[in-house]
Structure formats: C-alpha cells, structure tokens
Design a protein around this ligand. Structure first.
Ligand code: TXA
Ligand code: MG
Length: 336
C-alpha cells in the first residue's frame, strides 16, 4: 500500500484534506492525524473491521484498548453508558484537551476498541485537525500512530518511518506541541489515575481529592490499564535512566559504559556539560522535556551509539508524565 503524506494547516485545516481523510475513515480505512499530544492512528470507532486494522498496522496486542476521540460531548453517549456528574465536571474543566476519561462502555462498542473490557476511554482533542475529523466522521478510535512499543510520534515523519506501506494516509500538521500522550483517569470504579500527562495530578485533585494512583493500587488479576504492562516508548537501544542526575552521577554512568567499549548517547537537560559520544538537549523545564522527549529518543536511535543514558527529571507536575515514559523506556534504572 502506498502511504500518502498530505500537509494540512494545523490552525485552519483545509477542507479538502479533511474531506479526503474523512472519506477514508468512513470507508473503514485507517488514517494518521495530528493531535495536541502526539499523532494518532484513527479508525471509525463504531466499525469493528476498521478498528481491527489499527491493531494490524501497529502490531498492537489485542488486549490493549484504544481511546475514542469525539468532537462533542453528546458523542460520548454513543460509546459510554452514562456520564456521571464528576465526569461532566472534568469534561467542562479540561475538554477539549489532553484528558482521557474511562467510563462504563455501551455493549455496542466493538470489542477491539475496549479489548473486551466493560469500559471505554474517551477524550475530546483540542487540535483543530483532530476536531475537524471527529466532527466529520463521529467517534474515532485512535492510539498513538507508532509501531507497538516504539516512542510515540510527534511529527508526520515519525509516523511515516514506522507505518509506511501499512496505512494509506498521514495528515501532516507539523509538530505535536505537548509531546506526551493524554492523562488517563478512570471513573469506572474508584477514581484512579491510569497514566500521567499534561493535565497534572495536582489539577485533577482539585476535582477529585481522593484520586488514587495506579502505582499505589495493588496488582489486579486484570490490569486496569492493559497497555501499561509492556515495555513501551522504547528506542531499540538500551536506555539507562539516572534518577538523581547530578553532573557527577551522569558522568560516572557515561564513563562506565564507555569503559566497556560502548558508544554513549545522552538525553539531558543541558544543566551541565556531560562528555558523551552524542548528546541531545531536551531543555530544563518539564514542558520542553515533554515536547522533545520522543523525538530525542527516536533521533538517538538513528545515531552510531550503543546505549542511551537519560537524565531523570523531578517527578511532579508534567515531570511525572515525562518520567513515566522514561521509566518505561528504560532497561536499567540507577537510583543512587
Ligand atoms: O494523547 C493520547 O491519548 C493519544 C492521542 C492519539 O490521542 N493516544 C494514545 O493512545 O496515546 P495509546 O497508544 O496510549 O493507547 C491508549 C491507552 C493505552 O495505554 C490503553 O491501555 C489505555 O489507553 N486505555 C484505553 N481504553 C482503556 C480502558 N477502557 N481502560 C483502561 N485503559 C484504557
Ligand atoms: Mg501508544
């Protein structure tokens, strides 16, 4: 299959581009499109055959459910049984935007979308291209548009490098400006944070003081967020994550690898100089680290290095999301 990349204005998307993508989606095909978080790989959420194509293109295991994207709150009722007063409050506060809410699912939702769970994840994206598509097509099921396990794509070239030949169309709206995937909160049982993101725990606690963290929830027979059990967001090269990244700790880690004959690439804030074979600076603020993280991991993967040493960030606010991705990309975590 030939994969077309179609440029689209991210602020005021051209109608012709939206029409072309919408037509493919209505025909049961998959299309990659930009959102404010990362690029998504969409399919008509109510078409079982179409949603199965998403899994095939990504190589995604079928026990990992998809997020349903909507342009209007009334469309949530097409996939969820009901919208609780708390869910409505969160929607009013954070939609459109990077918050995904897990609700009890309607029986009619294809089981590929829910992975057979009794719940469905929904979000209203803020990106004009994503919104225009959802407005034209209705609910769109979309995970991140990467090959399963790889870092999520933050630009069209990332999607192309993973999925060319497997999907017909990529809408290219430039860089995704947040850079990490949406926050996921489950309201299907006790309110629980399933994945940290741009909407922070601190923001959510204003509405849900009792919000639980998935990490503090005991092991379940069935994982609450099935996708969270795999190594993820990962370049092909091993990643060593340094949790207390003083200049000395970073330099020590880099040197130890080099002494074993390895070429080292570092992913760092740029707070101080670290002598390595390659370096990519993601900036000192969590906002900039989030935006650059996946692109940096992908870039390091293409360089002539054997191992990546990543600098840890403080685990609060958006830093929690950055570190969640880095921890899951890591093959080794150095905590002292
Ligand atoms: O920002 C985002 O959320 C992006 C863009 C495209 O919207 N999407 C995204 O999807 O990141 P992705 O690839 O992370 O996959 C969806 C995540 C998985 O971790 C999955 O386990 C979780 O959402 N999920 C989906 N439905 C769920 C459900 N019913 N219960 C619990 N977790 C669910
Ligand atoms: Mg993903």
């Amino acid at each position: 299959m030939k994969t077309t990349i179609l440029k689209v204005n991210p602020r005021t998307p051209q109608q012709a581009a939206i029409r072309k993508a919408a037509q493919l989606l209505q025909d049961g095909q998959v299309v990659a499109f930009p959102t404010e978080t990362v690029y998504g790989l969409g399919a008509d959420a109510l078409n079982a055959t179409a949603t199965r194509r998403v899994f095939a293109a990504k190589g995604r295991p079928s026990d990992d459910p998809l997020i349903v994207h909507v342009a209007r709150v009334s469309d949530v009722q097409l996939v969820a049984q009901r919208i609780s007063p708390l869910a409505r409050k969160l929607m009013r506060a954070f939609w459109p935007g990077p918050l995904t809410i897990v609700l009890p699912a309607k029986k009619s939702v294809p089981s590929a979308v829910t992975a057979g769970l009794p719940t469905v994840a929904v979000r209203m994206p803020a990106h004009p291209v994503a919104r225009a598509l959802c407005a034209a097509v209705g609910p769109i099921a979309a995970p991140s548009a990467n090959t399963f396990g790889r870092p999520s794509p933050t630009r069209a070239a990332h999607v192309f490098s993973d999925l060319h030949g497997k999907i017909p169309l990529i809408l290219d709206g430039g860089n995704a400006h947040i850079g990490v995937e949406s926050t996921i909160v489950s309201l299907a049982g006790k309110p629980t944070l399933l994945r940290p993101g741009k909407i922070t725990v601190e923001q959510l606690r204003k509405f849900i003081p009792s919000l639980e963290m998935l990490t503090t929830v005991k092991k379940h027979a069935k994982p609450l967020a099935p996708g969270m059990k795999y190594r993820h967001y990962a370049p092909r090269k091993p990643v060593i994550l340094v949790l207390q990244p003083t200049a000395a700790a970073m330099q020590r880690t880099v040197r130890a690898e080099q002494q074993r004959g390895r070429r080292v690439g570092v992913l760092c804030s740029g707070t101080y100089h670290v002598a390595a074979d390659k370096a990519v600076l993601v900036g000192k603020t969590p906002l900039s680290a989030a935006k650059k993280l996946f692109g940096a991991l992908r870039w390091l993967d293409t360089q002539r290095i054997d191992v990546i040493v990543a600098e840890g960030f403080p685990e609060k606010g958006l830093g929690l999301a950055v570190m969640n991705r880095l921890r899951r990309a890591a093959t080794t975590i150095i905590s002292s």
